[in-house]
Design a protein around this ligand. Structure first.
Ligand SMILES: [Zn+2]
Length: 518
């Protein structure tokens, strides 16, 4: 197959742009030359000037959770308690639970509570996640499942004046409730994930760094792989506290096959902006893991051959994480382990340059900046300088990788790129435009070729979808065709080389197109 008459952005500095791309069997053969055109039946696709880029990597996604959330009551953008209740009432019922996601009550006049929810759900147990997945809103039937057993370390159980739970659980209390009393079955996850893979492919996502290790994602992906194969590559997390088991088995990072690899340990320093549980330098917020504890995890991980990814939102959480990476550097740096901070949202300005200096990656979400702008100004007003400072991080030499944090934001790499470049998702002008990245930077941050060393997640998909007619038809009206990097292709002998995962119909927008061709 030959893709011609377009702009092929290889993301490879040795040949950044080509006008055409030839795919021979299972390999990208390079630009079009005598050899390729001499193929017996070259399929030729006229790109009509459209752009070809490598498949997208989503560097932070809770894939099975996101997949399942596609079936949930959607509470995003709801501006009042009454509106939330109306959506729950109207949602078609299926299964024995009502599940929902996306509420954010900071601006609501009336706060969520179990009584209000009971009126629309009756006896059906109901669990509604906040947009950041750090708070859970339950009705009485769901609360009853716990029999009052709600308090856990690192958790918050909201109570009314008489000491009775209001139905709002935060942090560890919320997650423990779900794990103990409200887990969807593995079959539900497998089913939803199969559907999720189709949606991801339609959006050009060919690799993910999954964060759902805690709920058994490796087993879910394995079942999907055995049943119909995976259509994206998974670089999988495992929670910190499972390290001993990995160690006992003698496993180190990278175990798996080309599509599914267990790659890193994951944990949390703190909560989030939306739940006001981010750990800040003024002492407010929730500390889930202290810097000292993290240093212990990093050391133990290094001994067993595992890099660490740690969620850190507040400026204190980020500082403690950086201190821990710095204090343990001699133990992990010689091993070539690539650690990462997930989110890195609010940074003390003096900490910005430490990521690049230490070689700790920033796994950020471009989309969070414009969608959090109002909350950030409200809760972090005095500390905006180092907040969502993607461009400053980039310029300081940090390795910046972008992800969606789906289901917190939609799994949509183009939306992420737009958010990173435009810093707005509505009619308002860019929010702190000095922190916008260029299109080129955004594209590099999205495929994140560089985040994980060679062996890991970042080789792209196999060839089988290229010739399936379906893809061919899509190419005809595409804006983007997603391919593999040429350099890697030349190096590789076997399969795994290329898949036109998807071709996008949506334009990135006029402003976007202009700056991308500067
Ligand atoms: Zn996340």
């Amino acid at each position: 197959m030959i893709l011609e008459n377009g702009v092929v952005r290889t993301m490879d500095p040795s040949l950044p742009v080509a006008r055409s791309l030839a795919i021979a069997g299972e390999r990208i053969a390079g630009g079009v030359g005598a050899h390729e055109t001499a193929l017996p039946t070259p399929d030729v696709v006229d790109l009509g000037g459209r752009c070809v880029v490598p498949g997208f990597t989503d560097s932070h996604v809770h894939f099975p959770t996101w997949s399942l959330s596609q079936r949930d009551v959607k509470l995003d953008g709801v501006t009042s308690l009454a509106e939330a209740l109306a959506r729950v009432r109207a949602h078609p019922r299926s299964g024995s639970w009502i599940r929902g996601t996306g509420w954010r009550s900071a601006e609501w006049a009336e706060q969520p509570a179990k009584e209000a929810l009971d009126e629309v759900t009756g006896e059906t147990p109901t669990v509604l996640w906040s947009k950041d997945y750090h708070s859970l809103w339950l009705n009485s039937a769901a609360l009853a499942r716990a029999g009052g057993d709600l308090e856990v370390e690192g958790g918050v159980v909201e109570r009314n004046e008489s000491g009775e739970p209001t139905g709002i659980l935060r942090e560890e209390s919320a997650w423990q409730f779900r794990a103990r009393f409200a887990m969807p079955s593995e079959d539900e996850f497998v089913d939803a994930t199969r559907e999720g893979l189709r949606i991801a492919a339609s959006r050009g996502v060919t690799a993910i760094h999954d964060k759902d290790g805690w709920l058994g994602a490796p087993g879910i992906f394995q079942r999907v792989a055995e049943r119909d194969g995976l259509t994206l590559r998974v670089w999988q997390s495992v929670p910190f506290d499972r390290l001993a088991e990995l160690e006992a088995l003698g496993l180190h990072a990278g175990i798996g096959d080309d599509y599914l690899r267990i790659g890193y340990l994951k944990g949390f320093m703190d909560g989030t902006l939306g739940s006001q549980t981010a750990w800040l330098l003024d002492g407010s917020g929730v500390c889930i893991t202290s810097g000292e504890e993290l240093a212990g995890v990093i050391r133990a991980g290094a001994r067993a051959g595992w890099p660490v990814a740690v969620h850190a939102i507040g400026d204190r959480a980020n500082r403690e994480a950086l201190d821990a990476f710095e204090a343990t550097r001699q133990e992990w740096a010689p091993l070539g382990l690539r650690h990462r901070v997930e989110h890195a949202q609010c940074l003390a300005p003096e900490d910005l340059a430490r990521f690049g200096a230490l070689g700790v990656a920033c796994s950020v979400q471009f989309s969070h900046a414009p969608s959090d702008r109002d909350l950030a100004e409200r809760f972090w007003g005095g500390r905006l300088e180092g907040t969502y400072a993607f461009r400053s991080l980039w310029d300081s030499g940090a390795l910046v990788a972008n992800g969606s944090d789906a289901p917190v934001e939609e799994l949509d790499p183009l939306a992420g790129i737009r958010a990173g470049v435009l810093r707005t998702i509505d009619e308002r002008p860019a929010w702190r435009p000095e922190e916008a990245v260029t299109v080129e930077q955004a594209l590099v941050a999205v495929p994140t070729e560089q985040v994980v060393p060679e062996r890991g997640d970042l080789r792209r998909l196999a060839v089988d979808a290229v010739d399936d007619g379906q893809t061919h038809r899509l190419v005809g009206d595409a804006q983007h065709v997603l391919g593999e990097r040429r350099r890697r292709l030349r190096q590789r002998r076997t399969k795994q080389l290329f898949r036109v995962a998807h071709c996008h119909r949506r334009l990135l927008g006029k402003r976007f197109t202009k700056s991308s061709t500067r």
